[in-house]
Design a protein around this ligand. Sequence first.
Ligand SMILES: *Cc1c(COP(=O)(O)O)cnc(C)c1O
Length: 361
Amino acid sequence: MTLSLNDLPLRDDLRGLTPYGAPQAPLPIALNVNENTHPIPDAVASDILDDIALAIRDVNRYPDREFTTLRESFAEYLGHGLTPEQIWAGNGSNEVLQHILQAFGGPGRTAFGFAPTYSMYPLIAQGTGARWIPGTRQPDYTITPEEAAEQVRTADPDVIILCTPNNPTGTPLGLDVVEAVYEAARGIVIVDEAYQEFAPHDAPSALTLLEGRPRLAVSRTMSKAFAFAGARVGYLAADPTFIDALRLVRLPYHLSTLTQAAAVAALRNSDVMLGMVEEIVEQRDRITATLEALGYTPHESWSNFVLFGGIADPRATWQQLFDRGVLVRDVGIPGHLRVSAGTEAETTAFLDALASIGSAS
Ligand SMILES: *Cc1c(COP(=O)(O)O)cnc(C)c1O
C-alpha cells in the first residue's frame, strides 16, 4: 500500500497544497524558468574555482556566520551609498523572502501581492504559516499608486511583496507605486527586483527609497542576470535594524563557505558576469517583435522573459513546443504562455517552432 500525505500527521494548513513544480525536462531548448542560458565565461569560472579551492581547505570549520566579505561585495555592487550592515543574503532570494516572512509574517498574519505575480510568494507565505491575500491589477497588469494604496489599506497586510519587473508578466512598477504602498501600509514592504538588471538603464531602483523607510526592503538575486542560478545566492538591502530581525530566524551558518567564496569571486567579476545582459535584452525584444508579427499579443517586458496572449489552447501549444524540443512555461493565465529569452540560437529555435505550429487564435 502506498502512503499518502493524509496518512501522516501533517500540519492542517498544509493539507491539500501542491509543491512548486515547474516541470524539469531534459529538452534541448529550456526557456521555462527565466534562467540566463549563457554559461559563465571560462576565465571567470577558473577564477571562481581558484577561490573555491582555497575555501575548501577551511570546511572543517563552520563558515563566517555573518558572511562579512560577501556583504561588503554586495554593498559595493549595489552602490547607492549602501553599507554592509544594510545587506542580507541567503541561498537564493527565495530563502531571503522566507526569512522575512518568518520574522514578520507567520501564523495569524497575512502577506499580500498584486496577482498575477511570482508563484512562490503564496507558497512561502503558507509554508511559514501566514495567509496569502492576492490583490488585483489592470487588464494590462499595470497598477496605479491610488489603486495600489487603496487595496493595501483594505487588506491591511503584515507583509507586502511588490515584484518589479513583475514575474510572470514582465510589467514594470513605478517608484510612485512603491512610495504610495509604503505610506498606506503598516507592515513590511518588500520590492523584489530579481530582474532589475534587464530593465532600461535609466530605470530607478527602489534602493533609492530605502533612506528613512525602515519597513522597506529591496531584494535581488544572482540567479538571473548573473547566470548563477545553480549556486543559489540571493540578497537584500534594508535598514540595519531590519537585518537584525532576520538574524532571529535564519539557521546559524546558513551560507556555506563554498557558496560565500563562489559568490564573492563572481561579484569581483560582475562586469563579465553581466556581459550577456544586453544580448538577452536584444533577444527579448526580438521575441516581442516576432510574436506580434505572428499575431500573438506579447505584454511589455522589462525582464528576460515575455508573457504572450492570443493562444487558443495554451496547454496544446505548450505540448506542441515540447514535442519540438522547446520548453516554455504555462503560468496558468488563460490564453497565455511565458518564454525566457535565450541565446540567439535558442530564441530562433523557439520562434521557428512556434511559427511551425500555426498562427495565433
Ligand atoms: C527567479 C526569481 C527569484 C529568484 O529566486 P532565487 O531563489 O534567487 O533563485 C526571485 N523572485 C522572482 C520574482 C523570480 O522570478
